[in-house]
Design a protein around this ligand. Structure first.
Ligand code: HEC
Length: 341
């Protein structure tokens, strides 16, 4: 009988916790009232299950970035997050736009990025103590001004619609700009050694080049014409070689055409849509590593045979271009490097 009562009591407690979690009853703190899942990311150890490591090649700074899905949890610190709401000039909420917090106060550059919910609200969770600059980017908007903020703050951020399609398109992902590429004439591609069709030529063009870097990015789309691309591609010896089987001249025709149309103000016909549903739960953390000339590849933080190894440990990468191993300590927010012997 006692066992049975204990069982019923346990069930009741679990049911009460569930109702509290689902309805978010009994708590009017900033996190719960922000109506974004009450966020406390699990420790890096637990996160190893559901995160993916990536790196981004940037011409300003190299960043290691980690994307996690925000997970509901029972506990969170009171003062390690910034919350707020994003509205436009009419005072209406802006949903599905990114709120970025960045700082140079830590041992290495640090950024955290989240997405607003239907009501324009956001929570930037688990921020190390520092002064941050906060700003908003979203499809259809002009990038907002940067405002100063610290963990514990609750902010109202206002944004403006982009004045022109050109301004809006400036932040479209590279692939959207790549849709503007026109293949060479069918006859020209059919005469190559590999006898391509326009489709297979385009597929090979993307495959050959994207193995190293994006196409359609600002750097690769903003070269004003064919002769400039010819010089640009010779910057890395391998590029003209890679372009040979596609016919270097045809590659230059295609790129030159893209560069001229972009310079004349043409923008992609296909436009990206804002994040929806669980896409809005993604939390991205970035740490600066390497330097302007870093060419980072093959990041590793654990062993795929046992991904629970080395929780909270460093994330290593190879800086291919400079014979260096580089690494980030995701707890101390520091970046390091060592020369390969
Ligand atoms: C082996 C790696 C690699 C491959 C493959 C590659 N690139 Fe590059 N690409 C680079 C590097 C590295 C740079 C930066 C060079 C620099 O700034 O000194 C670059 C830069 C560029 C630029 C900018 C040039 C400039 O003037 O700043 C363009 C355009 C470009 N690549 C196009 C292409 C195209 C088109 C292909 C396929 C035919 C291609 N790349 C394949 C490594 C590569």
């Amino acid at each position: 009988m006692e066992c049975f009562l204990l069982f019923i009591a346990t069930l009741l407690v679990l049911a009460a916790v569930l109702v509290q979690r689902v309805l978010r009853l009994g708590c009017d703190c900033q996190i719960c009232s922000a109506e974004v899942a009450p966020l406390k990311l699990q420790s890096v150890a637990a996160r190893k299950n559901n995160l993916f490591w990536r790196f981004s090649m940037s011409y300003k700074r190299n960043y290691l970035f980690v994307a996690t899905f925000a997970a509901a949890s029972l506990s969170f610190a009171e003062d390690d997050f910034i919350s707020g709401r994003v509205t436009n000039a009419n005072g209406s909420p802006e949903a599905g736009v990114w709120v970025v917090a960045e700082t140079s106060d830590l041992p290495t550059d640090y950024r955290k990025i989240v997405v607003t919910n239907d009501d324009g609200k956001f929570v930037l969770p688990q921020l190390p103590k520092a002064s941050y600059r906060l700003w908003v980017r979203g499809y259809g908007l002009a990038d907002s001004k940067k405002v100063a903020a610290e963990p514990g703050d609750n902010l109202s951020l206002s944004v403006k619609a982009a004045a022109t399609e050109k301004e809006a398109a400036a932040v479209y992902p590279a692939n959207y700009w790549l849709t503007m590429v026109q293949p060479p004439a069918a006859e020209a591609v059919s005469q190559l050694d590999y006898a391509y069709t326009q489709e297979t030529w385009l597929a090979q063009f993307k495959l050959n080049c994207i193995v190293c870097h994006q196409l359609g990015s600002v750097v690769t789309r903003s070269i004003p014409g064919r002769s400039h691309y010819e010089m640009g591609l010779k910057k890395a010896e391998i590029m003209p070689q890679i372009a040979t089987e596609l016919d270097f001249n045809l590659v230059l025709d295609v790129l030159g055409d893209l560069g001229e149309r972009v310079a004349n103000g043409e923008t992609p016909g296909v436009k990206p849509s804002r994040p929806k549903g669980i896409e809005r739960n993604v939390v991205i953390t970035q740490w600066g590593w390497g330097d302007l000339y870093t060419y980072a590849h093959d990041e590793i933080s654990t062993d795929k045979r046992n991904p629970y190894l080395y929780p909270d440990g460093p994330v290593y990468g190879i800086d291919m271009a400079n014979d260096r191993v580089i690494w980030v300590d995701p707890v101390k927010h520091s970046a390091h490097q060592g020369k390969m012997p």
